[in-house]
Design a protein around this ligand. Structure first.
Ligand SMILES: [Mn+2]
Length: 399
């Protein structure tokens, strides 16, 4: 049973979107760059097509304040955010007030409070569901699509998008799964005694399709990968060749990065060990630095007690949208196994807390969780950032 208030707001949203589409004539569809985001983007793009609303596809790696500002510089439009946006709902409301237009957010990430007469925030977490376990961004998008047209043949995309949620699909994700099974697109199979989901017409498990899409969104971000993937998904296809090409490129650049790090070593501060790739990953999405830092955290030779921080120059261009203000460096933070255990038992501070506070000190922003975080800081503030990070560890660690 779906929460009745949620159900009611879904049908209000469907009426409102028809109206808004007519009023503003064009929509800006903003979606996240991971597999869930690409699936959510494809579902919402089908919705807009069905409503006859022309729209631009804007994929976003991270919704920093500068990115929100650039998005809303498009003026009086219908802004549709999916699998992203809830954490910045306050900023979206602020920009609606400044530059007009209306926004609908269909997301499952932790929502912040925001109110604006032309903002509709449709996050199932606001109705008692858990975004980490009950509903993916693409399942939330699917539930809205279902209010607008007979969307059953789009349900399989919500199943693929839900692969980021561990375990058996439940609650709102389960509704999408049941619809996909009824449509004949997905079958429930067993894999080592666990429930698994196979997309019949592609002959692949939901998890494999999800990792193919993730590679496209992350490595191919600046090469129109996300837009190509969305167009393929809408035609019930997955661009495997594209994924292979991007994965090959990633392998080559990672090998170069490891060679450089092996030669020069990681630089050390009181509590960190860090490296800077400058422009080595130019052209690849900035999520790749997080993948590299994660891989490093498992390697022999890293200091088991120091936080790992990777930097790369950030390409300030949002494909299809334009350039954000300023010159930025992307950073990502991870922890080797032993340090992770110490974070877990509370004797060392959480990575997101350190990253958020240290980046704010140097004029940047960040987000993440206990064991991984990333953000943007102004170019040239890297050493100050390390210093702030060290000071914070010194102050926040117990004993
Ligand atoms: Mn998601």
């Amino acid at each position: 049973m779906m929460d009745p208030r949620y159900k009611e707001n879904l049908s209000r949203a469907s009426a409102l979107m028809r109206e808004l589409g007519r009023e503003f004539g064009e929509a800006i569809l903003v979606f996240h760059d991971d597999a869930d985001g690409l699936c959510a983007g494809a579902i919402m793009s089908l919705v807009l097509e069905r409503l006859g609303i022309p729209h631009r596809l804007i994929c976003v790696e991270k919704l920093s304040p500068e990115v929100v500002e650039l998005i809303h510089a498009q003026g009086e439009k219908l802004y549709l955010y999916t699998d992203i946006g809830s954490g910045r709902a306050d900023l979206i409301a602020l920009w609606l007030g400044r530059s007009g237009g209306a926004a609908v957010i269909v997301d499952h990430h932790d929502p912040v409070e925001a109110a604006h007469p032309r903002l509709l925030h449709l996050n199932p977490e606001l109705y008692g569901y858990e975004g980490e376990s009950d509903v993916s961004g693409s399942a939330a998008a699917y539930l809205l699509a279902k209010e607008i047209f007979d969307a059953r043949d789009a349900a399989w995309m919500a199943v693929v998008g839900s692969a980021e949620i561990p375990g058996k699909l439940r609650e709102l994700n389960r509704i999408a799964l049941e619809d996909a099974v009824a449509a004949g697109d997905v079958e429930i199979v067993s894999e080592n005694g666990e429930e698994a989901y196979r997309v019949k017409f592609l002959g692949k498990l939901w998890r494999e399709l999800s990792s193919t899409l993730s590679a496209i969104g992350s490595v191919g971000y600046y090469m129109r990968g996300p837009q190509d993937a969305v167009e393929h998904l809408k035609r019930r296809m997955i661009p495997e060749n594209l994924a292979e090409r991007f994965e090959d490129l990633r392998r080559r650049r990672f090998a170069q990065a490891f060679a450089i790090i092996a030669k020069t070593g990681l630089r050390k501060s009181a509590w960190t060990q860090w490296y800077h790739l400058r422009d080595l990953f130019k052209g690849l999405g900035s999520k790749t630095i997080g993948t590299l830092s994660s891989m490093l955290s498992y390697r022999k030779g890293v200091d088991p007690d120091r936080y790992i921080i990777g930097f790369m120059n950030f390409e300030p261009e949002i494909p299809g949208l334009g350039r954000i203000r300023g010159s930025w460096v992307k950073f990502s933070v991870r922890a080797p196994r032993r340090l992770s255990t110490m974070i877990e038992n509370g004797s060392m501070p959480s990575i997101s807390e350190l990253a958020v506070k240290a980046s704010e000190k140097v004029g940047g922003s960040a987000d993440g969780h206990k064991f991984a975080a990333s953000g943007l800081i102004p170019s040239g503030t890297e050493e100050n950032f390390i210093q702030e990070f060290d000071d914070l560890v010194g102050r926040l660690k117990s004993q």
